[in-house]
Design a protein around this ligand. Structure first.
Ligand SMILES: CC(C)(COP(=O)(O)OP(=O)(O)OC[C@H]1O[C@@H](n2cnc3c(N)ncnc32)[C@H](O)[C@@H]1OP(=O)(O)O)[C@@H](O)C(=O)NCCC(=O)NCCS
Length: 226
């Protein structure tokens, strides 16, 4: 059993270490314990079960704390049509929650053009899910943790790529190459509707690490000219 605060501190340190300095990171339970929602956020989540409301509220509060660290006044972060958080103008950001960990990362769009983070509890993919998440080439990697790393990397990539391009990539659309704590993503096939996303994949920086019973991954692209 991992102590929640130990895991939170570890995740915050890892995210800060993996991401560029221009990114502000916050973790619920350490940086804030707020769960207040803005009116339009409450409306967006009004039909959800209490556990989901809790997770959503922690994510919004944590994101507001990350924004405050950059000097941003408290602001609502609405929910987009594909569940993506809608950030204030001039900001890119991303939220993740798993188990006891809720984290958010934000940056000025003048420094970072797109940003995704993901934390997954565990050390391997659930049995029977490999074929839904990993391409056949990825499945030949024998290290169990690499399956979960690739899953997390794909979630980080989705969170970075979708808000920037409006392109919805599925896990089997992308192949993840791992080298040390870096990862890179290649499109598996040429989807006519995914050209913008495929081009962005080539600009993304990817990093991951696994510790304290979880996998942490981040993906970002620097702003042009930053
Ligand atoms: C959305 C998704 C990426 C992660 O959701 P999850 O399993 O609940 O995992 P997390 O807790 O880490 O992340 C959830 C957060 O991601 C963010 N998110 C959800 N949809 C998003 C989108 N389309 N774009 C950007 N961020 C999104 C939200 O902030 C959400 O939290 P919130 O609803 O409380 O605001 C995943 O469920 C999904 O839809 N995957 C399919 C697409 C995919 O993974 N493709 C791989 C491409 S390589």
């Amino acid at each position: 059993m991992t102590d929640p605060d130990y895991q939170r501190i570890t995740v915050r340190d890892l995210l800060q270490g993996l991401l560029p300095d221009a990114v502000s990171v916050a973790v619920w339970g350490l940086d804030t314990t707020d769960v207040e929602l803005e009116a339009e956020e409450r409306e967006a989540i009004r039909r959800a079960v209490p556990k989901r409301v809790d997770e959503f509220a922690r994510g919004r509060a944590t994101a507001r704390f990350a924004l405050a660290q950059m000097g941003w006044a408290p602001v609502a972060i609405p929910v987009g049509g594909h569940r993506q958080p809608v950030w204030p103008d001039g900001v890119v950001g991303t939220i993740t929650h798993t188990g006891d960990v809720v984290a958010a990362a934000v940056a000025r769009a003048s420094d970072v053009s797109c940003l995704g983070i993901d934390v997954e509890s565990g050390v391997a993919l659930p049995p029977g899910t490999d074929g839904l998440i990993l391409t056949s080439a990825e499945q030949t990697d024998p290290a169990p943790v690499h399956g979960l790393v690739r899953f997390s990397a794909k979630e980080s990539i989705h969170k970075a790529v979708f808000p920037c391009t409006g392109v919805w990539l599925d896990p089997l659309d992308v192949e993840i190459g791992l080298e040390g704590t870096r990862f890179e993503a290649q499109p598996v096939h040429q989807r006519a509707d995914a050209q913008e996303a495929d081009a962005l994949l080539g600009d993304l920086e990817g990093r991951w690490t696994a510790v304290a019973g979880c996998v942490v991954s981040v993906a970002w692209a620097g702003a042009t000219g930053a």
